[in-house]
Design a protein around this ligand. Structure first.
Ligand code: AMP
Ligand code: MG
Length: 406
């Protein structure tokens, strides 16, 4: 029986373990997933402060102020950000105040500098300010705890730590946090035809491209790849390499050798390592693939064809690695795109075609990248996305397909 992509992915994800936690410095926790609930132990901001450069006043004093009839207030002091006020603001008084400076007691609003004029009154040394526009009570004031209240739950476990979250951790006075470990992922290519970079290509041999692509995909998915090189089409040696790889990693990714060819030794080796299922997932590219668990560690047997390997990683391995790292959103968002050409899928499998997705006035358009053979790596190099062509569909230009970025 062939499983749909959704069925296979669901079954696979249900068995993927979430990795244990570790404590990290917040300078080095971006991209990680929070493993604790974070409560505020202080108000943010910690005190009422000015949102503007201007004058802290009592709103009632300037209510009737206008261009023709300014309110005239006596200045008591100047407050820069970081200063603590030393004088209360009484009726008829104001304090010059900068953005972020603590509000003096007695004042309940800030008048912005642009509608004021500093001067001197007729008295011996009292500085005054003329206010040409009224303000409401509380206007231009940022209140203690208005961003976060002391004691509040600020972030829950599972939160992906992006730059805003890291700023928030710092404002919560947290220098370290508990996050999930990132998966360490061993990557092995298999096949006697594979030649290392820099070595001459003998007749019948090809370059090993998958290992490099998978290595980069692991990094892009937030994992830590380990390069385990090339395993020959020899069972004993392949088994030795796979076991060495598994011992050092949280997951193993192999490429090639999982179809039904005579030299596809990976199948036999994987079967000896753990509980592995050989899946025929109803997708193109990428039908032959293997998935299983050995010693609690996921093993992904990707197809050897370069396009299949990259696409199967994207649809299966990437969400699995995200789950291991503690993420809750595992799949890339999909959206509708309008086909710019006629596309036919005569297969009994969903076709993930490589596409160039462009936006025009809020509408996404999709055209394919030309020849779509599973060995034609260039079909992915030219693409910025995948479009899903359902089984047996004949679609004409103007019809919509489901798209996602790649
Ligand atoms: P296999 O599944 O091992 O039969 O491989 C299927 C196809 O993918 C064959 O044409 C292989 O030569 C090719 N292939 C397998 N592994 C790699 C690799 N690491 N890099 C590039 N092509 C590969
Ligand atoms: Mg092979």
């Amino acid at each position: 029986m062939m499983l749909t992509v959704q069925e296979a992915r669901q079954r696979m994800l249900a068995t993927i373990p979430v990795l244990p936690t570790e404590t990290r410095d917040i300078l080095n926790c971006d991209g990680y997933v929070l493993a604790e609930a974070l409560y505020a132990t202080e108000d943010i901001p910690p005190f009422d402060n000015s949102a503007m450069d201007g004058f802290a006043v009592r709103a009632a004093d300037v209510k009737a102020a206008s261009e023709a009839h300014p309110a005239v207030l006596t200045l008591v002091e100047t407050l820069a950000a970081g200063d603590a006020p030393t004088q209360p603001v009484g009726s008829g008084q104001a304090a010059r105040i900068m953005t972020g400076a603590m509000m003096p007691s007695g004042a309940d609003a800030v008048v912005m500098q642009e509608v004021t004029e500093i001067g001197r009154n007729s008295g011996p040394d009292a500085a005054i300010v003329k206010i040409f526009e009224g303000v409401d009570e509380k206007q231009n004031v940022r209140f203690a705890g208005e961003s976060v209240k002391n004691g509040a739950l600020v972030m829950e476990p599972g939160k992906h730590l992006r730059p805003p979250e890291i700023s928030m951790l710092a404002s919560l006075n947290r220098a370290e946090v508990t996050v999930h470990r990132k998966p360490i992922v061993a990557v092995v290519s298999t096949g006697d035809e594979l030649t290392r970079l820099g070595e001459p290509l003998a007749p019948g041999k090809i370059r090993d491209s998958n290992r490099y692509g998978i290595y980069a995909q692991v990094k892009e998915a937030g994992g830590i790849p380990i390069d385990m090189g090339i395993a020959p089409d020899d069972e004993a040696e392949t088994e030795r390499i796979f076991r060495t790889a598994l011992a050092q990693a949280d997951a193993l990714i192999t490429s090639g050798g999982v179809s039904v060819g005579e030299y596809d030794v990976v199948r036999n080796v994987l079967e000896r390592l753990g509980e592995i299922h050989f899946w025929r997932v109803a997708m193109k590219p990428g039908k032959p693939q293997a998935y299983g668990i050995a010693d609690g560690k996921p093993i992904f047997g990707l197809p050897g064809n370069p396009v299949s390997s990259l696409v199967v990683f994207e649809l299966f391995v990437r969400p699995a690695l995200l789950k291991m790292a503690g993420h809750s959103a595992l799949l890339r968002p999909t959206f509708k795109a309008t086909l710019a050409e006629h596309v036919v899928n005569r297969d009994g499998r969903v076709n993930y075609m490589r596409a160039i997705l462009t936006e025009e006035n809020g509408i996404w358009n999709a055209r394919t990248t030309g020849p779509q053979g599973s060995g034609i790596l260039h079909s992915l190099v030219l693409a910025n996305g995948l479009i899903t062509i359902p089984t047996g569909a004949t679609l004409t230009a103007g019809e919509t397909v489901v798209a996602q970025f790649f």
